[in-house]
Design a protein around this ligand. Sequence first.
Ligand SMILES: C[S@@+](CC[C@H](N)C(=O)[O-])C[C@H]1O[C@@H](n2cnc3c(N)ncnc32)[C@H](O)[C@@H]1O
Length: 199
Amino acid sequence: MKQWYKTRKKDPFYIKAKKNDIISRAYYKLEEIDKKHNLFKNDKKILDVGCSPGGWTQYILKKNPKNKIVGIDILPTVKQIEGKFKFYMMDLNQYQLIDELFTFNKYTFDSIISDIAPNTSGNQFLDQTNSYDLSMLSAKFIEKYLNKGGNFLVKNFQGEDTEKLFKFVKTYFYKTQYIKPAASDKKSKEIYILGLLKK
Ligand SMILES: C[S@@+](CC[C@H](N)C(=O)[O-])C[C@H]1O[C@@H](n2cnc3c(N)ncnc32)[C@H](O)[C@@H]1O
């Protein structure tokens, strides 16, 4: 663990985040993807799955304070961010509860983004399986809660199920692609799947 902290402290994105009051280095991954694909235009409603500590939320509200975000995380560690941000502390595995809450509130979104990641165990197969399950649950929101023309972004720890997730996402969008942002650790198995323009 000590080695992990030593490496992290030398990481240029970690240093940049600390220097600029950015909540998490994940901020820069979303910034890079958004700069290329312009995901969050004015007055958009966005669902941020696995939003703690809040780097992605911070990015979206900084880009345009008029955007509205609903965030979900199992941890309460999300930072107070100024703007239209409604946080629910919930476990994505309790999908049905979240589904009921969204239906009750008549939520629909213009973008759904998910940086959700399980706690890693060191067992690559187990970590990939858990990541696949959480990414797939995130993708379940597309059908009912993503508006036509909307975009979807999800993280996944690459493994044999990643292609299955990609194919599932692809059925909903005009364009689907893999992305490995520069701020994503080269050694990490994480990869992002981006679906553009829901049919
Ligand atoms: C990499 S972090 C997200 C970082 C965030 N995008 C940011 O910019 O600060 C992954 C998050 O997924 C959350 N998570 C993991 N399992 C979850 C679950 N079952 N339900 C909800 N959130 C979960 C973790 O608590 C963690 O905050």
